[in-house]
Ligand binder design. Sequence first.
Ligand code: SAH
Length: 341
Amino acid sequence: MTPEELSAALRELGEPAFRGKQVFTWLHRGVRSFDEMSDIPKPLRAKLAGEYQVAGLTAERKQVSRTDGTVKYLWRLQDGNCIETVLMRYHHGNTVCISSQVGCRMGCAFCASTLGGRVRNLMPGEMVEQVLFTRADSGAEVSNIVLMGIGEPMDNLDNVLKFLELVNHPMGMNIGMRHISLSTCGLIPGIRRLAELELQLTLSVSLHAPDGETRSRIMPVNRAWDVDALFAACHDYFARTGRRISFEYAMIDGVNDADWQADLIVKKLRGMPGHVNLIPLNDVAESPLKPSRRVRQFQQRLERQGIAATVRRSLGGDIDASCGQLRRREMEREREERKLC
Ligand code: SAH
């Protein structure tokens, strides 16, 4: 809830409206119970605890990378489902990568998050708590948020927009839109809706192939919203917001790493200052796709033709830190346990 919504809820309990702001401030400090809200009168704390609940997430598992300090949390939700959050430490500040759905229904061939389909959308509060509790547990100040965990943010856009409002709120974490990235596999209506809002966040688009044939093969979403319509939406997005789009490109051996594909990216990005972020493919056990050995060559080919291209540094390799891998393990463990029972 926003402070205004909290005030309205408190007024219904016969309380003055200013309590809404107080409760909001406490919540966004990351408390886990009403009892920690020390300047709220005790009887009100008890009343609130009778009507509402603070924390929806509990830490089920935490893994800390020995090599780079990346922390991965597996959270248990109220309904028993699990999601993941990753804390990455960069020179320019700490970044929290959050999940937006339990599972995903987009079906990308290389992604572990989508293997079991989508179970449900996350509520705004469940997304906010991932950031709050990661900060509280790790003691790390959070300067950036990326919506690049499990789920497709634009398949849950109303809740994601509410989440953005909450983390951006000056009375809460006050994280500036320019410090937030939202990644989509290319749901065009969502991109168009976001463009109209003219938020200053960074839009990341999971491109992974510039030609329809390859893209449809590895990303079923391309059959509904094809890559040329996607590029058109990206051009419009830039024209409307003036924000440079970041294109994610997981390099897959023999699938999307050919020279002609680099050249096609160059051609289709013409007229828009895009940035291509090449991702060394993370090996997912269930997938036959293998990492490309041409990442540097591909990067150089893009750069020579004037396209900014970087290779994403891989963090947390020793802790299954990429999307969906830890949740998947947990689901398997639970299944094994049930068999044993
Ligand atoms: N659903 C959104 C958010 C996920 S973001 C989206 O598709 O953009 C996570 C990024 O990691 C996406 O670009 C996704 O395509 C990519 N990704 C998924 N599995 C991967 C893997 N095995 N190796 C490298 N990148 C992967």
